[in-house]
Design a protein around this ligand. Structure first.
Ligand SMILES: NC(=O)C1=CN([C@@H]2O[C@H](COP(=O)(O)OP(=O)(O)OC[C@H]3O[C@@H](n4cnc5c(N)ncnc54)[C@H](OP(=O)(O)O)[C@@H]3O)[C@@H](O)[C@H]2O)C=CC1
Ligand SMILES: Nc1nc(=O)c2c([nH]1)NC[C@@H]1CN(c3ccc(C(=O)N[C@@H](CCC(=O)O)C(=O)O)cc3)C=[N+]21
Ligand SMILES: [Mg+2]
Length: 296
């Protein structure tokens, strides 16, 4: 079997086109322009790729992009002051603080200082609690993008065995919550999991969010399974920098039913969902009906 390649790049372009249509209507009918503020403290390679792609796409969708680049040694007080100003700014509907933050900053404190209504990453404890109890919330972008691709491919996910490898607050845990919400039987695996290969082989849906290039080989994949590769790993090979997922693509594609590539899979969907969340936040803030099909 050769897996169907799930084209996240094309899917993301459709989502962004949908967002852009809503933005046009918001401008014409309500005089509103959704605004997204991105805060980057210091330098981080993964975050820089993300910020570069995102800034361009925000503007292409007709929204306003506010970028705040702060020095690596910025104090916690200065960062909290900036967030307070963004919370109070009615032109800003979404706020994203790039993670990881430099080690002297308490990221939990910083994230929890964002107005939950503007928390387009869905990382604030209030949004995490709402998601965990099945209430309306801001849903983390990467897991939301993965869910959209899974629903598109499978229709219903009900009763499927889902294995999420990775338990971070930004990917693994919210991914597991969303899969549970769609009635999957969910297993969360991590670095202490025993017999990881066997656990993975039970998965109808295998989500890899580890951060280790090609750590999941093809023979951990159940024949016909759907593989979602969240990993973004920059690796030097033959003197060139290459982007690799957490899954050994060729081996996995030979047995899977469907698979997301890296690049061109989860990454573009993450950005599209960030723009969708910014649109949703703008609608909610102004008491307008939310766009359909762009939230979980
Ligand atoms: N495409 C996209 O849009 C995005 C991609 N990413 C990428 O996804 C990957 C994961 O990101 P993130 O969740 O932030 O990473 P973290 O480092 O926060 O979490 C990694 C998780 O993987 C687990 N893990 C590490 N080693 C192993 C192992 N040998 N076997 C099983 N589990 C293991 C860890 O377990 P433990 O908890 O026990 O330490 C941890 O739970 C990265 O490559 C990142 O760049 C992230 C965000 C968005
Ligand atoms: N608060 C916060 N929220 C995040 O969502 C967040 C973050 N911090 N910190 C860093 C990680 C990483 N991340 C990526 C998103 C898209 C691509 C992306 O667009 N990837 C392209 C490839 C880009 C390239 O060509 O290099 C792709 O996979 O096709 C990559 C990485 C979001 N993150
Ligand atoms: Mg820290």
């Amino acid at each position: 079997m050769t897996a169907k390649v799930i084209d996240g790049k094309a899917f993301a372009a459709e989502v962004r086109a949908q967002v852009a249509r809503h933005v046009t209507r918001l401008k014409q009918e309500n005089g509103l322009t959704p605004g997204l503020a991105v805060v980057l403290v210091g330098e981080d390679p993964a975050s820089e790729v993300y910020v570069r792609n995102k800034g361009k796409q925000t503007v292409e969708c007709g929204m306003t992009s506010f970028e705040h680049k702060l020095e690596a040694d910025t104090s916690e007080g200065d960062l909290l002051d900036l967030i307070a100003r963004l919370n109070a700014d009615s032109a800003v509907h979404g706020i994203l603080v790039q993670l990881p933050l430099p080690g002297h900053l308490n990221s939990d404190l910083v994230i929890n200082s964002i107005d939950p209504a503007k928390d387009v990453d869905g990382f604030h404890i209030s949004n995490v609690g709402l998601l965990g109890t099945g209430q309306k919330s801001m849903v983390p972008c990467t897991p939301l993008g993965c869910l959209m691709m899974l629903r598109d491919h499978h229709g219903s996910l009900s009763g499927l065995n889902a294995v999420v490898v990775g338990r971070s607050n930004i990917v693994g845990k919210p991914m597991a919550q969303l899969l549970l919400g769609d009635s999957c039987t969910v297993t969360i695996a991590h670095s202490r999991t025993k017999d990881l290969a066997e656990v993975c082989r039970r998965a109808d849906i295998l989500v890899a969010a580890v951060g280790r290039a090609e750590m999941i080989p093809g023979d951990w994949v159940k024949p016909g399974a759907t593989v979602i590769d969240v990993g973004i790993n920059r690796v030097e090979r033959d003197g060139k920098t290459r982007l690799l997922g957490d899954v050994a693509y060729d081996g996995a594609a030979a047995v899977a039913g469907a698979i997301t590539p890296v690049p061109g899979g989860v990454g573009p969907m993450t950005i599209a969902c960030l723009l969708a969340n910014t649109l949703t936040a703008c609608c909610r803030a102004n008491g307008l009906p939310e766009p359909e099909g762009l939230t979980a």
